[in-house]
Design a binder for this molecule. Structure first.
Ligand code: BGC
Length: 563
């Protein structure tokens, strides 16, 4: 990393509608920091590390679920939406975290899981002991089976995690009973969003957390709540959270027009508070369909998975960038950018094993292994490209350390339901969820005081520990800090993007005219010459001896005007 930017004047003016340019850092609570030493991260652990996040320069945190849950899907199976699971702490800990984060000038977004509950939620427990057709069953999608005695599932839908999307229950009298729909694990029954009681309940849950001071919600599986009337057949397989398009048809379980009315209702609730936001996790294509979630009376943002799945290909990246900006501009919403989260292979490893893009459903010991050096080099360049894009950016915990995926986890420690439901054929998501290394060489590298850790860290994590990188020139942590500082000072995220002319196809290059910044990412193999008037501000690796941009490097330059 080369940082030439110390001569910049600071501009810390707070933009209105903070989410439009915010850098939002995702915390996966069970792997962030463990304050009580039981091997699972907790809310007090998060509070204890807020200084790290302030020094990094993020505007907000998004916390993955910490609600009461049997953890069949790591908390995305909620048994009580209004309380904290004891392994993460208490409601008082949540209040303290929100207050402390605000004191650090960091906003707090919590995860809302409306598509399904846990099978241990009071509603589902009541449903299974109530008769078919009862109001208790009417909160979920129970149906009679097909076949002579209802022994076949009601339709052919598959679970995102593998296997059928239907599970049959035993009725209260012990006879084989109805089936219920679960687009994910069998312990995550889907709610029936045509039921007004379900809608009212979620308005109330929104208010519960808004009243506690949260600044927004990340809405899980936002494209799945409404299913096509009659649950028509869909024989296609189901990739991990994919499913927006298949031969032009829209699957009957995703992106149905009826979801938008729900979000208009939620927006009205949020608008009775100040400055709160909603971000959709919606795996929807094309960009125009996704933009429907962020019309001005719906959500504020939607994750941009087209960018994440572009791989390390200049053309695909340019297309994803241009397509997102155009579609979002058409509805007045900010674009968002993300490279890693708790569902995908960490981008240093992904950009090494899958430079052609798409999703990789985990990496196991038997799979081709990433090249750590190439992966990290590309990841740093990709991150600098992302952080330069206008709009809001999401970071995933540990990416500021350049953490690779854990690709050799022993089978016996795996917990992802996708691994079990695919009978071990795909590694699943545990490898990106490994607890963070804070202190090189300490027990569990400082994740917990006792050295306990719900998943083991790979040996390499000692090298990546936060304290081994802080203050070290060229470290990934210092690169992120410098990039976020320049982004803030030059307000690059509020700029328009103008493609720069005269570069090879294997280069992504654009100007941010209002900030007088030129961004060049070299995805080819030959060094790229910079314009004479461009003065480098920050680069993901040193430029070569001629001042050219080497392969797999991004540079931000100060320029006199648009070039
Ligand atoms: C979450 C996953 C979760 C799934 C089911 C996803 O969108 O990000 O982690 O397994 O929803 O709730």
């Amino acid at each position: 990393m080369t940082d030439f930017s110390s001569d910049l004047t600071a501009d810390t003016t707070e933009p209105t509608e903070w989410w439009r340019t915010a850098v939002i850092y995702q915390i996966y609570p069970r792997s962030f920091a463990d304050a009580n030493g039981d091997g699972t991260g907790d809310l007090r652990g998060v509070t204890s590390r807020l200084d790290h996040l302030r020094d990094l320069g993020v505007d907000a945190i998004w916390l993955s679920p910490f609600y009461v849950s049997p953890m069949a899907d790591a908390g995305y199976d909620v048994a009580d939406y209004r309380d904290v699971d004891p392994q993460f702490g208490t409601l008082d800990d949540a209040d303290a975290l929100i207050a402390e984060a605000h004191r650090h000038d960091i906003r707090v977004i919590v995860d809302l899981v409306p598509n399904h509950t846990s099978d241990e939620h009071a509603w589902f427990r009541a449903a299974v002991v109530s008769p078919p057709g009862s109001p208790e069953r009417g909160r979920y999608l129970f149906r009679d089976g097909r076949g002579e005695s209802g022994e076949l599932p009601p339709n052919s839908w598959r679970s995102v995690f593998g296997g059928s999307a239907w599970t049959r229950i035993e009725e209260a009298d012990g006879s084989p009973g109805q089936w219920y729909l679960h687009l994910f694990d069998s312990r995550q029954p889907d709610l029936d969003w045509t039921n007004p009681e379900v809608r009212e309940e979620f308005h109330d849950i929104l208010r519960f957390w808004l009243d506690r001071g949260v600044d927004g919600f990340r809405v899980d599986v936002a494209h799945g709540l409404v299913k096509a009337v009659g649950l028509p057949e869909w024989d296609h397989g189901q990739e991990l959270l994919e499913g927006a398009t298949a031969g032009g048809e829209r699957p009957p379980m995703w992106d149905q027009d009826g979801v938008h009315e729900i979000y208009r209702g939620w927006r009205k609730v949020l608008d009775t508070y100040e400055d709160r936001m909603l971000v959709a996790e919606a795996w929807v294509e094309p960009a125009e369909r996704l933009a429907r979630y962020v019309r001005d009376d719906e959500m504020h943002q939607a994750f941009n998975f087209a960018f994440l799945t572009s791989g390390w290909r200049a053309g695909a990246l340019r297309e994803a960038i241009a397509g997102s900006i155009e579609a979002n501009d058409s509805v007045g919403a900010p674009s968002t950018w993300v490279l890693s989260n708790h569902d995908v292979v960490r981008h240093p490893s992904r950009l090494s094993v899958a430079p052609d893009g798409g999703l990789v459903n985990g990496i196991g010991s038997d799979d081709p292994q990433p090249d750590e050096e190439i992966g990290l080099r590309r990841a740093r360049a990709a991150t600098m490209l992302m952080l330069a894009l206008p709009g809001s950016t999401y970071l995933y915990q540990g990416e500021e350390l350049g953490l690779p995926e854990h690709t050799t986890l022993p089978d016996e420690v795996r917990q992802d339901p996708a691994w079990f439901r695919h009978h071990g054929e795909v590694a699943g998501r545990d490898g990106c969820r490994v607890p963070l290394p804070w202190q090189a060489g300490a027990p569990a590298n400082g994740f917990s005081t006792t050295g306990r850790s719900w998943l083991p860290q790979p040996d390499s994590y000692t090298r990546y520990a936060a304290d081994a990188q802080a203050g070290i020139e060229g470290s990934t942590l210092e690169l992120y800090r410098a990039a976020l500082r320049i982004r803030r000072e030059r307000r690059t995220a509020a700029c328009t993007l103008a493609w720069a002319e005269g570069y090879d196809d294997s280069v992504v290059a654009f100007n941010l005219p209002e900030a007088r910044v030129l961004v060049v990412t070299n995805l080819g193999s030959e060094p790229v010459r910079l314009p004479e008037h461009a003065a480098p501000l920050l680069s993901s690796e040193p430029l070569d001896e001629h001042g050219n941009v080497p392969a797999d490097v991004t540079v931000w330059c100060s320029v006199p005007g648009a070039s």
